[in-house]
Design a protein around this ligand. Structure first.
Ligand SMILES: Nc1ncnc2c1ncn2[C@@H]1O[C@H](COP(=O)(O)OP(=O)(O)OP(=O)(O)O)[C@@H](O)[C@H]1O
Length: 572
């Protein structure tokens, strides 16, 4: 069809490498012809372009020419990164849509509600920002397009088309419009999902995941705000910007720096680079727990605290696991004494048929989590009360996470106007009431790293790099995750096994902790706020370190016992 698809010859992008820094132009061969360039003719014998094959930013950058168009009207750079995915499409013009409102903001995009002026349909337009032609944005977008074009399922968001603006300097992804997301719905005051409703949402989530996994795709960022729901009650998995192709028969190392903290499985926290469907299944288990509990079940503020929460609920890994796994962070995070698994005690108020499924999805051993298909066949779905029909779900007012944030901001602004907001923990109280003690926005994937990087940027004035640091770019998915152990000064210790968790798991202290997390907006702000808090003699020290590439180390302390009372301090 005349599209030019470039793939790498030199420097296989999937080759493991401890260095996750974006490569500089200086490191690259000066001759761009070292890239293999293929011209497709109808695409007969072309191998499918894999997400991790997308050319590296430095390779794209010199060749990004936004004015150049192919015969179909696509910018040539787009054909270069996503040629296979767009070969049957022609671009829509931006002026055939009417933008109605901004409805979301992601890492590399703004999302708008818009009207398709040709069909009259309401759609969501995801505008990819190419800040200074920033190639990282391009890479996430290319990956998302490649992945979405492989998927076709009622519970996976459908990419309906692509729009190029007149100058082709920005690109819009056109999606069906979804009125809600699961986080937003769970945060609506007074909404408490019934068991059939939870089954209905979980059934749809697992069906969507089953389709992704059967097509060799890992989502790697399953969380409530990425589960969009329309007014007919249909749930669709969205935001495939972190998704990856994978082949269980030929596993390749992938980055550990994926999945939002609260939904991140232990193997990723421990540095596993070979993983599979288990990462999404763990996140699904967290969502199931959250829907039944009415709040996130493991809201950690740092990676260390997240792992601690996991061990306290799900038990620490067996000796055999530690020996066998050879995970990079194993020696750093291995507790001095094992934690006992206590899911059935801690979640004893959950419907009995849900417990075996939660036990399976939250297995410490990834292989024991089974598959989405097995989960769909579990007794949770085959026993009464059965899942309700999506169409019978209640109709809600707009309730995306973004809407809830805006409502929250407005509430705080109003308080500020009436002079009540700026005192002590005023903000926290507003939050707690607004959220109704229920679901709250999760810190985004790698928020901790992001915060640390922001600090680092301030210190070094190194503002040149941005999203490449938040997530490793797609081409580095073959690279080993950040080399934590290069910078640490000693092992992290969780101290003695703590059994207080089981009884206090859903007590008010825990929800206070959850709300505090929301109020402070994530790990780094939390640490700053708590600096200087008095430490009791029984407090235990341990160290955790941010990536060596960042070059900073932080020391945290765990204060007291029990999930609700842990506080992490920065001692920098
Ligand atoms: N099809 C849609 N319909 C309605 N709203 C949507 C749709 N797609 C995305 N949104 C809204 O826009 C927000 C950002 O979209 P998305 O998560 O896809 O962007 P992103 O840049 O990949 O974000 P992230 O930083 O979370 O990875 C979503 O949280 C959601 O609220």
């Amino acid at each position: 069809m005349g599209c030019v698809i470039g793939t790498l010859l030199a420097g296989d992008s999937r080759k493991p490498s401890g260095d996750s820094r974006p490569r500089r132009n200086a490191d690259l061969p000066s001759d761009a012809s070292r890239d293999v360039v293929r011209v497709t003719n109808g695409g007969e014998s072309e191998p499918t372009l894999q997400a991790d094959d997308v050319p590296t930013p430095d390779r794209i950058k010199p060749r990004l020419e936004f004015g150049l168009k192919t015969s179909q009207g696509w910018p040539s750079w787009l054909c270069e990164v996503a040629g296979e995915a767009i070969k049957d499409w022609t671009p829509r013009r931006a002026n055939t849509f009417e933008k109605l409102a901004k409805i979301g903001q992601g890492t590399y995009s703004n999302v708008y509600k818009a009207r398709d002026l040709i069909t009259g349909k309401i759609v969501a337009l995801k505008k990819v920002r190419f800040d200074n032609l920033e190639p990282e944005s391009l890479k996430f977008m290319a990956r998302e397009i490649l992945v979405l074009r492989k998927l076709d399922h009622p519970n996976v968001i459908k990419l309906e088309g692509l729009v190029t603006s007149r100058m082709s300097s920005s690109l819009y992804l056109v999606f069906e419009y979804m009125e809600h997301d699961l986080s937003g719905l769970a945060a609506v005051q007074g909404v408490k999902f019934t068991e059939p409703q939870v089954k209905c949402y979980m059934n749809q989530l697992l069906s969507g995941l089953e389709h992704c996994h059967n097509n060799g795709i890992l989502h790697r960022d399953i969380k409530g705000s990425n589960l969009l729901i329309n007014n007919e009650g249909i749930l669709k998995i969205a935001d495939f910007g972190l998704a990856s192709f994978y082949d269980p028969e030929h596993k390749q190392p992938m980055t550990t720096r994926v999945v939002t903290l609260w939904y991140r499985p232990p193997e990723l926290l421990l540095g596993a680079t070979y993983y599979g469907v288990g990462v999404d299944l763990w996140s699904a288990g967290c969502i199931l727990g959250e829907l039944l509990a009415g709040k996130p079940i493991m809201p950690g503020r740092t990676e260390v605290e997240q792992l601690h929460k996991i061990f306290k609920l799900c038990g620490s890994p067996s000796e055999e696991y530690w020996k066998k796994s050879r995970l990079p962070n194993a020696t750093l995070f291995k507790p001095q004494q094992p934690y006992k698994r206590c899911i059935s005690e801690a979640l004893k108020n959950f419907p009995p048929s849900s417990l075996p499924l939660i036990e399976t999805l939250l297995a410490i051993e990834p292989d024991e989590r089974g598959s989405a298909t097995a989960a769909l066949n579990s007794e949770f779905f085959t026993t009464e009360p059965y899942a309700c029909e999506p169409s019978s779900l209640p109709k809600y007012p707009p309730s995306k996470e973004m809407d809830v944030k805006l409502r929250d901001q407005e509430a705080r602004r109003q308080r500020g106007l009436s002079g009540k907001a700026n005192t002590g923990d005023g903000n926290r109280r507003v939050r707690a009431r607004d959220w109704g003690g229920r679901a709250i926005p999760a810190p985004e994937a790698n928020a901790e790293l992001h915060a640390n990087l922001n600090q680092w940027r301030v210190l070094t004035q190194a503002n040149a790099k941005s999203k490449s640091e938040k997530f490793p770019p797609p081409h580095q998915d073959g690279a080993v995750g950040h080399p934590r152990d290069k910078s640490h000064n000693g092992p992290v210790s969780f101290g003695a096994a703590d059994t207080s968790f089981c009884s206090s798991f859903f007590e008010s202290k825990s929800s206070e902790s959850v709300n505090n997390t929301a109020a402070t907006g994530g790990p780094s702000r939390r640490r700053t706020k708590r600096r200087g808090t008095q430490m009791a003699p029984s407090q235990r020290f341990f160290r955790a370190f941010i990536p060596a590439s960042v070059g900073l180390s932080m020391e945290y302390r765990i204060k007291g016992k029990g999930s609700g009372s842990e506080v992490f301090h920065s001692r920098r």
